[in-house]
Ligand binder design. Structure first.
Ligand SMILES: Nc1nc2c(ncn2[C@@H]2O[C@H](COP(=O)(O)OP(=O)(O)OP(=O)(O)O)[C@@H](O)[C@H]2O)c(=O)[nH]1
Ligand SMILES: [Mg+2]
Length: 351
């Protein structure tokens, strides 16, 4: 199950108390103070990993705690430190303070580690308080409480490229054709219910990640279809690939979908989600070029998108593979420009 929002409470361990004790050994009368210090409480530590790609663990687990430190013992024995608790979170997780909504951490790289809540210090045993005038202090200090936070976790997948479009335009077929992803593909709308990620390896380019986002429809920002909730996963891409299709006019059915109208509807939904999404570079893909009624309209659509709107435009068929190599070249170039800047990005990008 794909979950991209969660709320949790995290509590680091409390420090152990310092002890009041005195040395009691045969033949040593009036032994000095010998109360040990308390151990430090365990920390709660977040580590980013690629081994999980959802926050579903936190649907049931609402609280994460680390162990308390042990109390100090006699004979100057320090209490044991409380064990840390390590929480593995998917790369792309943003950690917010629940109340202020401040971003506390942004886990963008595998292995990135942050101590999110520190365990409390252990208290001091009476061994620390002996002075020349008070050689038998009866004073020790308690351990400190561990830090405690209410957090909101938000997963924004980290993909280089986002595939968007109406349902059934072939987004999943395309990601399956170019990457390692194997999503479900079918001829009914909303086959894809949650985003899929696929890794693309192409020529001597470094690999990059493509996200297939569930289909959007008019009114998605009001919750129609699956809504616009998944658009957060394309906020951080280098390129939005907007896939369009031509649907056949069937007799008696007077409203075949219009690819230009579809494109505009989706641009509006993107803007309703976040105007900044429209600033990302876009590539328009006309899919299903193997079908005759798509071919018929292809050049008119090219004139509209490429010549009028000045958008890069490519006609492909995910089914037959037509133009898929050129498509991958365009993606790779966009990723390299996004990562390294337009100038000479190719050199930096190639191994
Ligand atoms: N003829 C032809 N059919 C295609 C092509 N690409 C996809 N299809 C078909 O179009 C239908 C929808 O494909 P999907 O890949 O599931 O579409 P989607 O955009 O992921 O759809 P949702 O997940 O519902 O948003 C399936 O029946 C595919 O086999 C193509 O290039 N040519
Ligand atoms: Mg799909």
């Amino acid at each position: 199950m794909f979950v991209d929002e969660a709320q949790i409470e995290i509590i680091a361990g409390r420090g152990g108390d310092g002890m009041v004790a005195f040395r009691r050994e045969k033949y040593i009368p009036r032994g000095g103070p010998a109360g040990g210090d308390g151990g430090k409480g365990g920390d709660v530590i977040f580590v980013a990993t690629n081994n999980v790609n959802t926050l579903s663990d936190f649907r049931h687990q609402k609280r994460v705690a680390a162990d308390d430190g042990r109390h100090g013992g006699p004979n100057n024995m320090s209490g044991k430190q409380g064990a840390d608790t390590i929480v593995y979170l998917p790369v792309g997780t943003l950690v917010h303070d629940k109340r202020s909504e401040e971003v506390i951490a942004d886990l963008v790289e595998v292995g990135q580690t942050i101590v999110i809540a520190r365990g409390g210090k252990g208290g001091l045993g009476n061994q620390n308080f002996a002075t020349p005038t008070n050689r038998a202090p009866r004073r020790a200090t308690p351990g400190k409480l561990g830090e405690k936070f209410q957090l909101r976790l938000e997963l924004k997948l980290i993909a280089d490229i986002g595939l968007i479009g109406f349902p059934s335009v072939g987004k999943s077929t395309i990601i399956a054709a170019i990457s390692s992803a194997r999503p479900k593909i079918a001829d009914y709308p909303f086959t894809t219910l949650v985003p899929n990620l696929g890794v693309v390896q192409w020529k001597n380019f470094r690999e990059f990640v493509v996200a297939d986002i569930p289909g959007l429809i008019e009114g998605a920002h009001e919750g129609h279809g699956l809504g616009i909730q998944f658009l957060k996963h394309v906020e951080r891409t280098n390129l939005l690939v907007h896939i369009i299709e031509v649907t056949p006019s069937i007799e008696g059915q007077d409203n075949p979908r219009d690819p230009i109208g579809d494109f505009e509807v989706i641009q509006k939904e993107l803007a309703r989600y976040n105007e900044a999404l429209l600033e990302q570079p876009q590539l328009v893909i006309l899919n299903k070029s193997d079908l005759p009624y798509v071919r018929e309209q292809a050049e008119a659509l090219r004139a509209h998108f490429q010549d009028e709107l000045k958008l890069p435009f490519l006609i492909v068929s995910a089914a037959t593979g037509e133009n898929m190599d050129e498509f991958k070249n365009m993606l790779a170039r966009a990723v390299s420009e996004g990562r390294f800047g337009a100038e000479d990005s190719r050199e930096a990008w190639e191994r």
